[in-house]
Write a protein that binds this ligand. Structure first.
Ligand SMILES: NC(=O)c1ccc[n+]([C@@H]2O[C@H](COP(=O)([O-])OP(=O)(O)OC[C@H]3O[C@@H](n4cnc5c(N)ncnc54)[C@H](OP(=O)(O)O)[C@@H]3O)[C@@H](O)[C@H]2O)c1
Length: 301
C-alpha cells in the first residue's frame, strides 16, 4: 500500500510527463565542455551512456567506465573520439583506486553507477555488492581524486534517486548482512547518504562543488531488471535516458551555488524530504562519513 502511494504520488512528476510539463524539451542544455575531462561511471548503458554522449557531443573528453567491453566499444563508435572507454568493475574498491590513479585532472566526475538488487551478494573484497557499488567504492574513487588534487576547481555530480524519500539517514541500512538485507531499504539508505557526500565534498578542494541529483524514472535495463512491473505497466511514460541525464549536464554547465541538503531534479534544488518521518535522522553526517572511512580502511588494509 505504501509503495502504491509512493509511485502514485510521484508518477506525474518523475516520468516524462514532468519533464515535458516543465518545458525542458524546449530548453536544450547549451554548453561548451571543450578542454574538459569528465569521468562518468556506469557509462556503457542507461543514463550514464546518455550523460557520456551528451558531454562528448559538447566537446568533453569522457572517460567512460563500465564492465562490458563490447558495450563500451559501441558507445565509443557512437560518441566518437571524445569517448575513452575504461573497463573496470566499479563494485571493487581496488578498481576505483586504480581509476583514480590513472586519471589526470578531472573537471567533472559523475558518480552515476548504481544498482538495486533484492538479494544480498558480497564482492570479492567482502563488502555487500550494493553498498560497494552505490557508495563505498565511489567514496574511495572520489576521496582519492580529491586527495591527489585532481578535482581542484571541478564539479562532482552524484546520481541519486527519488527512492531516498523512503529512508532517513541511518547506518544499519548501509551494509546489512544477508539475513536482514532488504534491497529497497539499502537503496534508499545509499541514495540518501549521497547527499551527505555532496555536502562534504563541496569545498573539500579549492573551488570544488558537488551536487546530488535524481534523474526521475527512466526506461533503462536497470529498471527492467530491478522493477520489471514498472517497465511493464508504465514503460511508455518513463523518461528517455537523455531526459534522465539532463540535469547532470545542466549542473556541470551552470555550476549553481550548491545548497546543503538539496536534491537537484529537473534543474532545480528540491527538498530531500517528501515525508516528515525522514527528517528525524538516525545517524549524523559525521557518523556516516566515519563509517565509510572505517569500512574503506578495512578493505584497503
Ligand atoms: N533508471 C531509473 O529510473 C533511475 C531512477 C532513479 C535513480 N537512478 C539511478 O541512476 C543511475 C543509473 O541508472 P540506470 O537505470 O541507467 O542503470 P542501468 O541501466 O542498470 O545501467 C547501469 C550502468 O552501470 C554499469 N555498471 C553496473 N555495475 C557496474 C560495475 N560493478 N562496474 C562497472 N559498471 C557497472 C553498467 O554497465 P556494465 O554492465 O557494462 O558494467 C551500466 O552501464 C543509478 O545510480 C540509479 O540508481 C535510476
Amino acid at each position: 500500500m505504501k509503495a502504491l502511494y509512493f509511485y502514485g504520488r510521484f508518477l506525474p512528476s518523475f516520468t516524462g510527463i514532468g519533464y515535458v510539463a516543465r518545458g525542458l524539451p524546449l530548453r536544450a542544455v547549451k554548453a561548451d565542455f571543450s578542454g574538459q575531462t569528465w569521468v562518468v561511471t556506469g557509462a556503457s548503458g542507461g543514463i550514464g551512456r546518455a550523460i557520456a554522449l551528451g558531454a562528448a557531443a559538447r566537446g568533453a573528453k569522457v572517460l567512460a567506465v563500465a564492465r562490458r567491453a563490447e558495450a563500451l566499444a559501441d558507445l565509443a563508435r557512437e560518441g566518437g573520439a571524445g569517448i575513452i572507454p575504461v573497463q573496470r568493475d566499479l563494485s571493487l574498491v581496488a578498481d576505483n583506486l586504480l581509476l583514480a590513479q590513472e586519471a589526470s585532472r578531472v573537471d567533472v566526475l559523475v558518480n552515476n553507477v548504481g544498482m538495486l538488487e533484492t538479494r544480498h551478494h558480497a564482492t570479492a573484497e567482502g563488502v555487500g555488492r550494493m553498498y560497494a557499488t552505490n557508495l563505498l567504492a565511489p567514496f574511495a574513487l572520489t576521496e582519492r581524486l580529491i586527495a591527489d588534487g585532481k578535482l581542484d576547481g571541478g564539479a562532482i555530480v552524484n546520481v541519486a534517486s527519488g527512492g531516498l524519500y523512503n529512508a532517513p539517514l541511518n547506518l544499519p541500512g548501509l551494509d546489512a548482512p544477508a539475513k536482514s538485507f532488504n534491497g529497497f531499504v539499502a537503496y534508499a539508505t545509499h541514495k540518501r547518504a549521497q547527499i551527505v557526500l555532496s555536502d562534504t565534498w563541496t569545498g573539500a578542494a579549492p573551488g570544488l562543488v558537488a551536487y546530488t541529483m535524481h534523474p526521475g524514472w527512466v526506461r533503462t535495463e536497470g529498471v527492467r531488471s530491478a522493477l520489471p512491473w514498472m517497465d511493464r505497466r508504465i514503460g511508455p511514460l518513463l523518461r528517455t535516458t537523455a531526459q534522465g541525464g539532463d540535469t547532470v549536464l545542466w549542473l556541470a554547465a551552470q555550476r549553481p551555488t550548491p545548497e546543503p541538503g538539496a536534491l537537484w531534479f529537473d534543474r532545480k534544488a528540491r527538498t530531500a524530504h517528501a515525508y516528515a518521518r525522514t527528517r528525524d535522522a538516525l545517524a549524523t553526517p559525521d557518523e556516516v562519513i566515519a563509517r565509510l572511512e572505517n569500512d574503506l580502511a578495512k578493505v584497503v588494509s
